[in-house]
Design a binder for this molecule. Structure first.
Ligand code: ADP
Length: 447
């Protein structure tokens, strides 16, 4: 195992990685921007290094500064968390050149899977079903429109470099298609410096179901069941649960095996997630792969009893997976609600500011993954997520009851949060029946 690791991230995931390091007896070095100098978790690290001003380009996304910090602090490896540099193949390559371990897959694999068109080509080679769509990128309006007519409306235009729900447009007819095509390209160029887009059939009444996998450097790959992330706002996840209320054993096994086949096809190493859409007839289609730990990983931890971040560290240190597929047993049901500092009554606008009072829910099987405290100022420079509330129950009903109780206990004063929306979702009859699809919020709640 490593003796010293640098955490190249902030907020709840920095603390999450720090906890995993402590559990393995690994020393931690935390880097922080000037906006995060009051972060409490910095007190728990063996060493802390300020890497620059608040804008992430000058701190958490600044490769030379992070590498210098790693060299000064003399760490053996870097954990990138999620977001920021976690799916940056160049960063992983620089780490390798500097002989610093990168706790994630090799740069070549990140590059292959980070581009959605190239990821789809890999999935096709692995025999994983794909959503019907364009064969790669589409350049001109005419070509794009021809594809849309061939597969039939509605279609979705997606940025090959996309992420975080950006660079996507749904179109139902020629007019909205042509506007959407131009808008998606412009947005993709602005956000990802890559205007490349492709087209897929828009799968209606779909569920977003993703498979967590783990792969070691010795060729062992396992899948750890699924997470249902259908409850989304503007293609961004809000609630995640596992197991999916829509899957049975047979479909779970087929999706799990497809995920493993893809991981093997690309020579995957470390923790990864393969995202699928499942349609009303239970057909599943590959969407994309995330080559990092995900926000919603605690759902899988709660139903498998595994520490995924600790396993990431062990895999990166060269250890073989300590269990086999047949040892993976899913138990009970877990739900996660993302608590964002944003105002559900004002178009979900992110709201920075001072958390004046905070009461955190607790009790048996209630987990609160968060870095915030009363007196903490939510900075405006980063993502608005301030906490993840996770519960576990023997079955789905008990998990929902627990989540309702936990949300009822939560007090955050000073900034509005998404908790009020979660309280409503947890009582929505369609959610209770396990019928939520990706259009759930649009269908039952105003945008
Ligand atoms: P990102 O990388 O930006 O998160 P994804 O490819 O993961 O983008 O898609 C995000 C969400 O967009 C999905 O969870 C789903 O709700 C919706 N989506 C993407 N592709 C399709 C499709 N072909 N049909 C229906 N919904 C889709």
């Amino acid at each position: 195992m490593f003796s010293r690791v640098l955490i190249a991230n902030r907020g709840e995931i920095a603390l999450r990685v720090l906890r995993a390091c402590k559990s393995l007896g690994v020393e931690t070095v935390c880097v922080y921007s000037e906006a995060d100098r009051d972060a409490i978790y910095l007190r728990m690290a063996e060493e802390t290094i300020c890497i620059g001003p608040p804008p992430s380009g000058q701190s958490y996304l600044n490769i030379p500064r992070i590498i210098s910090a790693a060299e000064i602090a003399d760490v053996e490896a870097i954990h990138p968390g999620y977001g920021f540099l976690s799916e940056n193949a160049h960063f992983a390559e620089v780490c390798r050149d500097c002989r610093i371990g990168f706790i994630g897959p090799p740069p070549e694999v990140i590059a292959k899977m980070g581009d959605k068109v190239s990821a789809k080509a890999c999935a096709r080679r692995a025999g994983v079903p794909l959503v019907p769509g364009s064969d790669g990128l589409v350049e001109s309006e005419q070509d794009a429109l021809a594809v849309a007519h061939r597969i039939g409306f509605p279609v979705i235009i997606k940025a090959t470099a996309g992420g975080g729900g950006r660079g996507m447009r749904v179109a139902h007819n020629d007019v909205s298609f042509l506007t959407g095509f131009a808008a998606a390209r412009t947005e993709a160029e602005a956000a990802f410096k890559n205007p490349g887009v492709y087209i897929e059939k828009y799968v209606e009444k779909a569920r977003h179901v993703e498979i967590q996998i783990l792969a070691d450097a010795h060729g062992n790959v396992v899948y750890l069941g699924e997470r249902d992330c259908s409850i989304q706002r503007r293609h961004q996840k809000l609630v995640e649960e596992g197991p999916s209320p829509f899957l049975d054993e047979d479909l779970r096994a087929r999706m799990g095996q497809a995920a493993v086949a893809l991981a093997k096809e690309v020579g995957y190493v470390n923790a990864g997630t393969i995202e699928f859409l499942v349609d009303a007839d239970r057909n599943f289609y590959f969407m994309e792969m995330n080559t990092r730990i995900q926000v919603e990983h605690p759902v899988t931890e709660e139903i498998t009893g595994l520490d995924l971040v600790a396993l990431q560290l062990r895999i990166a240190a060269g250890e073989p997976l300590p269990f086999k597929q047949e040892d993976v047993k899913l138990r009970g049901h877990a739900i996660e609600c993302r608590i964002n500092a944003e105002d559900p009554d004002d178009g979900f606008k992110p709201r920075a500011g001072l958390i004046e009072r905070l009461f955190v829910p607790g009790g048996r099987n209630v987990r609160w993954d968060s870095h915030v405290y009363a007196g903490y100022r939510v900075p405006s420079n980063y993502d608005s997520m301030i906490a993840k509330l996770i519960v576990w129950g023997e079955d789905r009903e008990q998990a929902i009851d627990r989540m309702r109780r936990a949300l009822g206990e939560l007090v955050v004063e000073g900034v509005p949060t998404s908790a009020s929306l979660h309280r409503k979702i947890m009582s929505n009859v369609h959610f209770l029946r396990g019928n939520a699809t990706t259009s759930f919020l649009d269908d039952y709640f105003t945008r």
